[in-house]
Design a protein around this ligand. Sequence first.
Ligand code: A2P
Length: 334
Amino acid sequence: MKRPVVAVVGATGAAGGTLLRVLHERCFPMADLRLLASERSEGVRVVAGESEHVVHAVSDALLRGIDLAFFAAGSATARKHAPTVARDGGVAVDKSSAYRMDPEVPLVVPEVNAEALHTHRGIVANPNCVAIPLALTLAPLQQAFGLRQVTCATYQAASGAGRDLVAELRQQERDDASDAEPHARVYPHVLHGNVVPGGWRMIGDDTEEEVKVIAETRRVLDAPDLAMSITTVRVPVAVGHSAAVFVELVRDAGGEDAREVLRAAPGILLVDEPAAQRYPTPRAVAGTDAVHVGRIRRDPGRENGIAFFFSGDNLRKGAATNAVQVAELLLSGD
Ligand code: A2P
């Protein structure tokens, strides 16, 4: 699979569009590129790199002969079509939650558990867009000091819920600016000028997002018993998920030791000069691949405690870039 025939399923969506950009930026080798979406997009033209492509409604027939299919079209589409790709000898790299907890399907953040890829049987899952930066920042601390407990509160961008919520947020901004009444159709609350600790399906007392982030982070870190607490929150930001993270380590680190470990870790950019007002923000990280980490300090509220804050582009490292990194590893055979 040196120059694969590639399909992007969900090419008209927020993550799919970013995927096309990342493939082009990284000069991903392709013999051919097929753009697929729902029936609504049949015939739509989309620019990918230097060429324009016509989008087709996804079907098993159009996935025949595909070596590598990126799925960014939700769980139902992945469940329906990813097995076809795998059966025909190709590999499906799926962004949805459909296969993330399937023990037969590796769940991969390349900087953390690339070796899990070796076990794939034609489907590879990408973690959730918060679980990726969370696992990325916890893994070096786990390796250096051991993890005992993690507490986390998230600040998640509208694009995590798809392009429709971004459009709704933009409209609400305009409505508020012109003293019109903003409306919420895509989300249960007006997001502009607001902070919403919900909007996901509930599973008991937890949001589905909270359940997913905990399960997937544990799986990527290979720490099934790691004690984790999380509240997921949607904020009026278009792109860039952030989180405040509090960690109880097995061995004492101190702010300085933790900072040095995170500075040396792959995929992370330290932005940590709070006195100079330099710390991670979603605006600064949007459009880039590294997860920004800062506000690293001792947490006096817990034994061997460390606190930090991260921001990562949820469409890039949280979705597209992670998927393309996985594909690059598949191509290199490492
Ligand atoms: P379409 O544009 O035709 O609706 P986002 O996450 O930004 O909302 O984007 C979702 C992506 O998934 C879009 O490309 C969308 O295509 C695609 N999609 C949604 N439902 C289906 C489906 N049933 N089959 C194929 N693609 C789908």
